[in-house]
Design a protein around this ligand. Structure first.
Ligand SMILES: Nc1ncnc2c1ncn2[C@@H]1O[C@H](COP(=O)(O)OP(=O)(O)OP(=O)(O)O)[C@@H](O)[C@H]1O
Ligand SMILES: [Mg+2]
Length: 249
């Protein structure tokens, strides 16, 4: 059985059907990709998988447990983290502080004033180790809003990793990155892939096809194709769309 499964998900906003009978399975230790045009329903799918929205129909399963309708907090507690398409950082706080508040050690204690966190040297060391993992060693005390765009995207991933997830969802991690930033991110994700199960929504097909073990294509709220990158390059829909051309570039 897959580590994470979505079965026959349906979701509508008012009269607009955004997900239609979406079934997906993410295997432990694999990197799964999701691609598809703008407005296809990819982020909504993540939102349903990570508890932000309850599906109208269908179910979500993690490690064999039915987590349909569980809150984002409950889902995070089970070991699932996500990053957002639009960055979600505490801009006026340091890189270290951003990661500190995500640590299970800190979350378990509930809300604590920053003052207390700053004297918890174990938590500080853990947060610094996470920053080092994403290439932000030396930036611990830099204020989030003062970091470069690429560093901020790396910090987002650090915040997600701070929660010590077993499953990590990333929504368009390359958005806004140049070629160099994208290469650096590919390296980082290639490294994380050895330790974690990862699901990535991505428009950059070259990036995705280089990293993913399997890819699903969502179009008009439906999964219209899935397979290995090699299989998808052969898929008529992928070939017809400019996605195919990009993937072969
Ligand atoms: N909270 C919401 N309320 C109403 N409509 C929504 C909501 N969230 C998304 N939608 C609509 O659902 C559709 C799918 O949006 P979604 O953000 O899931 O697409 P996407 O595949 O992530 O697109 P992109 O590639 O542009 O990020 C869009 O038409 C969007 O306007
Ligand atoms: Mg989106």
């Amino acid at each position: 059985m897959a580590l994470f499964e979505a079965r026959h998900l349906h979701k509508r906003f008012g009269h607009q059907v955004v997900l239609q009978d979406v079934s997906l399975a993410f295997e432990a230790g694999r990197l799964s990709g999701i691609m598809g045009p703008n407005g296809a329903g990819k982020t909504t799918c993540f939102n349903v998988l990570t508890g932000r929205f309850r599906p109208d129909r269908g179910s979500v399963h993690f490690e064999g447990a039915d987590i349909t309708g569980a809150s984002p907090r409950e889902i995070a507690r089970r070991g699932i983290s996500r990053s957002f398409q639009i960055m979600n950082l505490f801009n006026d706080y340091s890189a270290l502080d951003n990661v500190l508040v995500a640590l299970p050690r800190v979350r378990r204690q509930g809300f604590n004033p920053w003052r207390d966190l700053r004297t918890d040297s174990t938590a500080q060391d853990q947060a610094a180790a996470v920053l080092a993992r994403v290439g932000l060693a030396g930036k611990e005390h830099a204020i989030a809003k003062g970091l470069s765009y690429g560093e901020r995207r790396a910090l987002e991933i650090a915040v997600a990793l701070g929660a010590e997830p077993r499953l990590l969802f990333l929504d368009e991690p390359t958005a806004g990155l140049g070629a160099e930033g994208t290469d650096r991110l590919a390296e980082l994700i290639g490294e994380l892939k050895r330790q974690l199960t990862i699901v990535i929504i991505e428009h950059d097909m070259r990036f995705l096809f280089r990293l993913a073990d399997t890819v699903s294509v969502i179009h008009w709220g439906q999964v219209i194709a899935s397979g290995t990158p090699r299989e998808l390059r052969e898929n008529p829909w992928v070939q017809r769309s400019n996605i195919g051309a990009l993937a072969n570039a």
